[in-house]
Write a protein that binds this ligand. Sequence first.
Ligand code: ATP
Length: 248
Amino acid sequence: GKTETLLEVNNIEVIYNHVILVLKGVSLNVPKGGITALLGGNGAGKTTTLKAISNLLHSERGEVTKGSIVYRGQKVQDMAPADLVQMGVIQVMEGRHCFEHLTVEENLLTGAYTRKDGAGAVARDLEMVYSYFPRLKERRKSQAGYTSGGEQQMCAIGRALMSKPETILLDEPSMGLAPQLVEQIFEIVKSVNEKEGVTFLLAEQNTNVALRYAHYGYILESGRVVMDGPAKELRENPDVKEFYLGMS
Ligand code: ATP
């Protein structure tokens, strides 16, 4: 059957500091149950797009000045970030952002603070997160600030999972990680998508790995979508090969 569109970004424009036009009409369709990749180089506007969706631009003096963002048929662009979390949308920020002074397990539990389904359900989901990230279980009593970059990325994704999200907006999961670890993170994203049914919109500069795991991709350049298509087609597209897949 036809796949349901969960998140729709319609021709949005984003301006920082009232003058800097960064997104110049970006449109995206994120289907329920899929992994959608937002690709493009440094400064193309990937992070800005994710922050526009989760309404996190205000603290950076950015605003959506045109277009609309619709989640499950509801306009969400004037919604408080916390209300969006209630609707099931959570963002994992670039740079991981774990609470350094809390243990790994305490970090994971902070992800569940808005839930109302009780301690039993939260405890079960903690085990669910540990089943995807056995390494986090080993490190659960460690202070997050003393864990490795890869463990912190896992912790940030695990914390997002603890909110029982329908959709995760994942910003640059590969950043600063060794290739083998990048692969491991993407494998986990894939199995969380398949087994838990979580929808992903992920921003990645690493086109190669993103297009191997995503179902569909959008390529951004200077605040515009210059190409989009099924990941398989993008991987085989000569321009994508030349400009984004490098030597691979
Ligand atoms: P990166 O991988 O570096 O995060 P990106 O594709 O996510 O790249 P953005 O971070 O969205 O790109 O940045 C897009 C453009 O907006 C860049 O030119 C950047 O300099 C500019 N920009 C980002 N944040 C701000 C801000 N708070 N004020 C002004 N300009 C900004």
